[in-house]
Design a protein. Structure first.
Ligand SMILES: [Zn+2]
Length: 192
């Protein structure tokens, strides 16, 4: 399964729309071993073609070396199809050389440069075998923080303390005062 944050998802789709009808391509790098696409790197399609993409070899060398320097890897390798479905072509499969990467395909065949429906699919390509995987778009990569769990437990305690303390006071104060004064005052008046 590919888990990708909304911001990077939107950047990939925006790049695909902008370059339509040519295919757009790039990577989203992430810390090595994290499987978390974080750093969006749009790249040039050296072919400038509506039916094919190829990274510019010099740019690819530079981008890959930069990832090495930062201890990153290409978590997502994306490109767009502009007239066909978002599924790897034979050429895509032949060129796929990163077995740990998520190969994302976006199809802009319906929307073109405009807003509109986009296909966004992800695949593993290992030894020429294509396996589609689920894509989950998350608002952000917030790790589950156990620090937030204890907080609700402390909230009920202060809430229960004031209640017993304030409840008896008004009852005692209002009860005897109002009950004694009117009762004792009218009685002597009526009697006399
Ligand atoms: Zn393709």
């Amino acid at each position: 399964m590919l888990v990708i944050d909304q911001a990077n998802y939107d950047k990939i789709v925006a790049h695909a729309r902008a370059d339509h009808p040519d295919e757009a391509c790039g990577v989203v790098a992430g810390p090595a071993g994290s499987d978390r696409p974080e750093r969006f790197i749009p790249m040039a399609n050296a072919e400038r073609s509506p039916t094919f993409f190829r990274f510019d070899s010099q740019e690819q060398f530079r981008v890959w070396r930069e990832m090495d320097d930062r201890d990153e890897e290409p978590v997502v390798i994306y490109h767009s199809h502009t007239a066909t479905e978002a599924y790897p072509s034979r050429t895509d499969i032949a060129y796929a050389s990163e077995p740990q990467a998520h190969y994302v395909l976006v199809s802009t065949r319906e929307c073109g440069n405009e807003e509109g429906p986009v296909e966004f699919r992800s695949f593993r390509i290992v030894d020429g075998v294509v396996t589609e995987e689920e894509v989950r778009v998350v608002p952000s990569y917030t790790d589950p923080e156990p620090a937030t769990d204890p907080e609700p437990a402390t909230d009920p305690e202060p809430a229960t303390d004031p209640e017993p303390a304030t409840d008896p006071d008004p009852d005692i104060a209002a009860g005897p005062d109002s009950a004694l004064e009117p009762d004792s005052a009218p009685e002597p008046d009526r009697a006399s």
